[in-house]
Design a protein around this ligand. Structure first.
Ligand SMILES: [Zn+2]
Length: 285
């Protein structure tokens, strides 16, 4: 057991996180009126160079949500993590699974319509995969307007970490995937997914970076493949990752999340009004 495991375990005992998949239905019935927001961890099953297991993004999103649920216990409910995302640009590396955007929209729609039927009214997608940013925004906009709910937002984990925290721990100039920062997050949250004996820096392809930088200057977003910019699938230098950097980043992210929840709940006070469209009888089983 690592130091961070011990810290998490003792925190869990004092203030247990609300993890939907670990609760029974009577327990859900008991806590649901006190839940201020449902966090939906959103990841990907995709290559992270030689440095991390394919589950990295889902594992990081889920563990961060668990930390936030402990920190704000018992106000945040963590939904089951969505372990697949939009990752066609990682398909040149074996093992990656990518879902179509419309599959993901339907998947989130079904999750949210179920949870809304149980009375939950505020949702935040906590997304740990850059390739999910666009679809997350579409999902929030579509579902937030489709259902009688009070809030539907999405946030990218990296955006929850203040710039000064990143600057302190970023050691190389091109980061963002399987790099020193992401591997640090994993070392702190889920050390078992870190391939410690295989950690390696990016093997960059300069021609691919030149093209990317030029297009970026004009604001052009283009389909791309990770294999055009890195031969081993990683960015940055994972050998420089530390538990301390991961702890600092994730604790800062939890603090940001708690600000987000406070801001949203202040602007949408919980309503005790009965829901309008609840079927009064369910005889199916
Ligand atoms: Zn990742």
């Amino acid at each position: 057991m690592t130091g961070s495991d011990e810290i998490r375990q003792s925190a869990d005992e004092d203030r247990p996180p609300l993890i939907l998949s670990e609760l029974s239905w009577p327990e859900v019935a008991e806590i649901k009126d006190g839940v201020e927001m449902v966090l939906i961890p959103f990841g990907s099953t995709e290559q992270h160079g030689p440095n991390l297991a394919l589950s990295a993004d889902a594992a990081i999103a889920e563990s961060l949500c668990r930390m936030a649920s402990v920190a704000m216990s018992p106000r945040l409910l963590v939904a089951p993590a969505v372990p697949w995302g939009v990752s066609p640009h990682h398909m040149n590396f074996p093992g990656t699974i990518t879902l179509a955007a419309d599959t993901l929209l339907r998947l989130f729609d079904d999750m949210v319509s179920s949870l809304t039927e149980h009375g939950f009214k505020r949702y935040l997608i906590v997304n740990a995969h850059g390739g999910n940013r666009e679809i997350s925004g579409v999902i929030a906009q579509e579902l937030g307007n489709r259902y009688e709910i009070e809030f539907f937002g999405t946030v990218f984990v990296w955006d929850l970490v203040p710039e000064e925290v990143n600057t302190k721990f970023q050691k190389t100039s091109r980061v963002g995937h399987a790099c020193e920062l992401e591997v640090s997050d994993a070392l702190f949250l889920r050390p078992e997914i870190v391939k410690r004996d295989a950690l390696d820096a990016a093997d960059f392809r300069e021609d691919g970076w030149d093209l990317r930088d030029t297009l970026k200057r004009y604001g052009v977003r283009a389909a791309h493949s990770m294999s055009d910019i890195t031969n081993n699938g990683a960015l940055g230098d994972a050998t420089l990752a530390t538990v301390e950097a991961g702890r600092a980043r994730m604790e800062a992210a939890v603090e940001s999340l708690s600000d987000v929840v406070a801001t949203v709940t202040r602007s949408t006070p919980p309503s005790n009004a009965p829901r309008a469209q609840v079927a009064s009888e369910h005889t199916d089983n």
